[in-house]
Design a protein around this ligand. Sequence first.
Ligand SMILES: [Zn+2]
Length: 192
Amino acid sequence: MTTEEKTQRCLHHAERLLAAMGGSPEGWSFTGDVVEGDPEKSRCACGHPIRWEFQWKHEDGRTLVTGSVCVENLPLIDRMIVEAMRAALVKAIQVREEAARKARAASLDAEVDALRTELRGLIEEKFGWAIRSAEAIGSAWIPHDVYSALRTSEYYRCELRRSRTLKTPRGQAECIRSAIRAFRTRFQGDGA
Ligand SMILES: [Zn+2]
């Protein structure tokens, strides 16, 4: 598409948007709300697909949704509105990124919990009976194999590191994963 064609198309969209506004942008204002749309369904009032839905309201109560581009081609459009739309979009993107970051952190936390459960399960399966036998006779003594297992598996090292330098869930997950590998290599022979 040539620049000329693009310009024509843009103006065509602006005309349709203007029509949707009842012939003039007068009385219309951007509400300040912009929401992420559905790529399959979201349409500007002019008809073209949009990613972000900008909410507009007329003094008489009418509402419509636009994208950010063809609005700029409207005659008599208030530049303040265009600036407000840009600022609202920046904010909306920041909010979305923050939500995505929180979701990633939550899924990493869940992964760490699952790995820790797996490691504890391995230790329980192999040495749970020995630990409980020692406890049953009132001994604080831990069977050498258990002690060795805990050390070899880096289980304690993990737990210690977690409270000291392993601040991130990603680092914790990696540490516990290596502990699981070490435990399997040492006691199950299938870690290689
Ligand atoms: Zn449009």
